[in-house]
Write a protein that binds this ligand. Structure first.
Ligand code: BMA
Length: 320
């Protein structure tokens, strides 16, 4: 039904797939991407198991580096995996650099709910976990600087009692130290996003522009008539990337949101043999000196892709 927005240019192939990874990898997607110490760096999600089987053996996070953001070299082994009696796995990493330190937000599945974790690293080998939220909350992303003296994150709590099943919205919280979080407030509700009827939430960490914080969102649409879309017998959701502009001083204030999706699954290389088709999930956004914005996204929960757009176009379509 939808097509990607005309301001978007997609690369003609994924930037990273399971075939590129030198260890057991099946689904390579939903990566966090940033620039760190002069290189492009990526932490990607790898669900490993048997291809076309819908049960996976496990999930780890891999690391890859690049000189140009297009050609990536994965490290020899995965770099992050959480498992304990209580924790089932960590996934969907998002990277934000502040003062020379790289912070990684990630989702944590536990036996008692889904939590949002924040860790820090300087070498992508050793990660110190700073905080793990109470359930149910995930899709956390950090702004790249403090705002009015506090760290700020976007997040998506999952209120199943009060909103009915799957009516999830985009929220924001503040912290003095990345450990204690509060001053939580709603940024936008699922009803504010015309292409979502199920849930919305953060995607890649925001980038600063003169007009406001530019931020991708994910918007999910359920259509009960959808049948087989990938490896599962039924996959009825579609995940679209959206784009919005938030106030520089108070990012819980929405200045504008593009009414159409920004990126949708509309290429063969995004969907071919895909685990769950119709899924686009941005996890990284990089503003280059020439005004080009690289948007990295997982496609079909199977491969990692990149698209580009001009910064002024992205801001403009939020305000139209
Ligand atoms: C969500 C998360 C994402 C995934 C999406 C679509 O619940 O698991 O990581 O991309 O579903 O399957």
């Amino acid at each position: 039904m939808y097509k990607s927005h005309p301001i978007i240019t997609k690369l003609d192939r994924p930037v990273l797939t399971a075939e590129d990874i030198p260890y057991h990898a099946t689904l390579v997607f939903n990566a966090g991407v940033t620039k760190y110490n002069g290189k492009y760096v990526m932490m990607f999600r790898n669900d490993y198991g048997e291809k076309f089987n819908t049960h996976f053996d496990g999930t780890n996070l891999g690391f890859a580096e690049s000189d140009d953001g297009i050609h990536w070299v994965p490290s020899a082994t995965p770099r992050f995996q959480l498992e304990s009696d209580e924790i089932k796995r960590a996934y969907d990493p998002r990277l934000t650099v502040m003062d020379g330190i790289c912070y990684m937000c990630f989702a944590v599945d536990t036996h008692h709910g889904v939590c949002g974790g924040i860790a820090k690293t300087e070498d992508f080998e050793k990660f110190d976990i700073l905080s793990i939220s109470a359930p149910d909350n995930r899709n956390m992303v950090l702004f790249p600087e403090k705002i009015n003296g506090n760290f700020v994150r976007l997040e998506r709590p999952m209120p199943v009692y009060s909103r009915g099943k799957d009516r999830f919205d985009l929220w924001l919280s503040e912290s003095p130290d990345l450990v204690f979080w509060g001053k939580s407030r709603l940024v936008m509700g699922v009803e504010d996003v015309p292409f979502a009827n199920d849930k919305i939430g953060p995607a890649a960490p925001p980038i600063k522009t003169e007009k406001g914080w530019l931020t991708t969102i994910h918007g999910v649409d359920i259509d009960r008539t959808r049948g087989k879309n990938g490896w599962e017998d039924r996959w009825q959701k579609a995940y679209y990337a959206g784009i919005a502009l938030l106030d520089l001083e108070d990012p819980s204030r929405v200045l504008g949101i593009c009414k159409e999706p920004l990126i949708v699954c509309d290429r063969d290389y995004e969907e071919k043999d895909g685990f769950r088709q119709n899924v686009i999930f941005p996890g990284g956004m990089i503003l280059e000196d020439n005004g080009e914005v690289k948007i990295y996204y997982g496609a079909s929960d199977t491969v990692e892709c990149v698209a580009t757009a001009d910064i002024d176009d992205l801001v403009r379509i939020c305000l139209e």
